[in-house]
Design a protein around this ligand. Structure first.
Ligand code: AMP
Ligand code: SF4
Length: 458
């Protein structure tokens, strides 16, 4: 199925012993960003070793595999299919040996000119082993005539277009690069261990907390970092043009992360307060759709003075459910995950808050289970605007026809989900909640950046 999948997670650890263990824990903390495959490459002082497979971090790595991954530079990746088909050759890191030596890379994002580049490279004789955009990057680096990896990477970055957070390990060097729009998140922290001090770069700062690493800052849009000889050097490769993914705040990121320099939980709560200011409802109880609706529902309850209750309980142990195409099975999946508490719902006028509507399947099911639990009224409030456009920047969205808010009016969507009322946070309310502009919100307003990104490869 095509669904909005969570994005990938990347991590790089530089300059500390047992870099593989730190990478492993970091991937663990970022499991929510991708559950399809996981992997790691480690430089042991002589060679780069890679271990990767399909599955969760806990399934892919065990003590034995981590023992074989010794070294003080490591990069890791959790994958949730975006570009590419599902196979272990599509797991990351990707590794290659080229004239300058060994190289391994992890990538979060999506290149908008990958198809054209792949066709060109193939016509020139390149042989591809995966369906990943990332392999295009390796080919471009391998073909570059520049004299150092750093220069080869810079040359490659000038050719590729789209969204990327890249972390390379090149023998005793680690290089990090972020696209000029800063679309996907990437943060930097300092880490101290018994063996000394080093650095960690990761998609989300929740992984720093787990390791006791000290958050320094975000990697800038268009910035490249080179870690070499125990030091970090920063260079600005492209002029930064803020266009950060606002959906990180709405759904993807963990609430305990600092994303784009701001705490996700606080922003979600503010979205709930904004909703309450925009849409006042006489109700007895405010309940979230767990988990991502919780901070917004709290914000709504606080601002509206309506009691907050956890009226729906989530089963956290459903794990990965096989991806299905049948609508009825999709509905069963929602029921497997979420169950209402009748004592909280029965006879009440309920405001229920979720983070987003994609196809409308979840909302319809939620309203149904609340009515079955005896709700007198069900008012569905969404802490983001209607999703009307697909994402081309690394989030695997359904096509436009499957986005219910793209093909139906608000009243039609309300009737479909079966709520007494339905309200979406306004674009202005969203901007207020996240503290201003500088964000991509193309899935809500259809405004893509044409010179760098586009719909050409839909
Ligand atoms: P749908 O049932 O298709 O309308 O999907 C909406 C639900 O999917 C909401 O409850 C969201 O919490 C959740 N959701 C939104 N974005 C994503 C995503 N990228 N991956 C998985 N679930 C998502
Ligand atoms: Fe994020 Fe939406 Fe922009 Fe994609 S289109 S990068 S999901 S805000």
């Amino acid at each position: 199925m095509k669904h909005w999948n969570e994005e990938c997670a990347v991590v790089g650890v530089y300059g500390v012993e047992n870099a593989s263990w730190l990478t492993y824990y970091s991937l663990f903390a970022m499991q929510h960003r991708g559950q399809e495959a996981s992997g790691m490459s480690v430089f042991d002082g002589e060679k780069i070793h890679t271990h990767k497979a399909q599955g969760l971090v806990s399934e892919v790595f065990d003590e034995n595999s981590l023992q074989t991954l010794k070294g003080n530079i490591a990069i890791g990746h959790n994958r949730y299919a975006t570009a590419g088909k599902q196979s272990s050759s599509d797991a990351q890191p990707l590794y290659a040996r080229c004239s300058l030596g060994e190289i391994a890379v992890v990538h979060n994002g999506n290149l908008t000119n990958a198809k054209a580049l792949r066709e060109k490279l193939t016509s020139e004789g390149s042989i591809f082993q995966s369906f990943l955009d990332t392999e295009v990057i390796l080919h471009l680096i391998a073909k570059s005539q520049k004299e150092s990896f750093e220069e080869c990477i810079k040359e490659c970055l000038k050719i590729i277009k789209g969204a990327y957070c890249l972390i390379f390990v090149l023998k005793d060097k680690m290089i990090v690069a972020r696209d000029c729009y800063g679309l996907r998140p990437l943060s930097l922290a300092k880490i101290s261990t018994e063996s000394g001090e080093g650095y960690i770069v990761a998609s989300e700062s929740c992984s720093f907390d787990l390791l006791g690493a000290e958050y320094i800052r975000d990697i800038g849009a268009g910035e490249m970092l080179v870690f070499e000889n125990g030091k970090m050097t920063s260079m600005q490769i492209f002029t930064p043009r803020d266009f950060k993914c606002v959906f990180e705040y709405i759904y993807f990121a963990r609430p305990d992360s600092q994303v784009f320099g701001k705490n996700v939980y606080a922003i979600r709560k503010e979205m709930g307060r904004e909703l309450a200011r925009e849409c006042k409802i006489s109700a007895d109880v405010v309940i979230p759709v767990p988990d991502s609706g919780v901070p917004s529902a709290l914000g709504y309850a606080l601002e509206s003075n309506i009691p907050f209750e956890m009226g729906i309980i989530r089963n956290h142990y459903v794990g990965r459910t096989f991806i299905e195409s049948e609508q009825s099975i999709r509905e069963l999946k929602v029921k497997l995950k979420l169950n209402p508490i009748k004592e909280i719902i029965e006879g009440k006028r309920v405001v229920v808050i979720d983070d987003s509507v994609v196809r409308g399947t979840t909302s319809r099911q939620i309203v149904k289970i609340l009515r079955n639990a005896g709700a007198k009224e069900v008012h569905l409030l969404i802490s983001s605007p209607p999703t009307i456009s697909p994402c081309y920047y690394g989030v695997d969205t359904p096509n436009r026809q499957e986005l219910i808010c793209s093909t139906h009016s608000l009243e039609e969507v309300r009737a479909y989900v079966g709520a007494d009322s339905l309200y979406f946070l306004s674009l202005e309310g969203l901007a207020r909640s996240v503290g201003g502009g500088g964000y991509c919100q193309a899935c809500f307003d259809g405004r893509y950046i044409k010179d760098c990104f586009g719909e050409s490869e839909e």
